[in-house]
Design a protein around this ligand. Sequence first.
Ligand code: COA
Length: 138
Amino acid sequence: MIIYEDKLTAQEFVDLIEAVGWGKTNLEQIEIALENTIYSVSVEIDGKIIGMGRVIGDGARVFYIQDVVIHPDYQGIGIGTKIMEKLIAYIKKVKLYDCNIMVGLMSAKDKECFYERFGFRKRPNDYQGNGMMLNISK
Ligand SMILES: CC(C)(COP(=O)(O)OP(=O)(O)OC[C@H]1O[C@@H](n2cnc3c(N)ncnc32)[C@H](O)[C@@H]1OP(=O)(O)O)[C@@H](O)C(=O)NCCC(=O)NCCS
């Protein structure tokens, strides 16, 4: 297994998204998205990229973990955990001393338990409201 930092390509991204059934993605859009990504991790096994994850955000105060995806043939063997550990380690490394930061993510349905293992908490809770989102198409 080889773990790459900041080497994820748009085609690899699109292939993984399709492999987990999240539908077709526009290659040009992903190229721009990856250019604007703070940090990415991709995992290769037998010459093929089978996992990815990335960090987006303002690079100082707010970070989001996005697109953690493992090819179905390689799920459940610890690769998602390895990727999450790399993403969180990167955020801790760039975090300024003595400053609070926020690391957010939007969990896919029923994947919350996977992220809770790394300290993420669900919303809403006793102190915080729902996360919210807006989809814009066309
Ligand atoms: C969710 C996903 C990233 C997890 O990656 P993975 O490599 O399969 O997970 P790991 O093998 O590292 O599993 C680590 C632990 O999390 C648990 N886990 C994995 N998927 C889980 C899920 N859906 N719900 C609860 N726990 C889960 C595993 O049981 C394992 O626990 P253990 O160490 O006690 O055995 C991966 O299954 C995936 O890509 N799924 C499809 C795409 C997706 O939904 N991505 C999430 C976007 S928010």
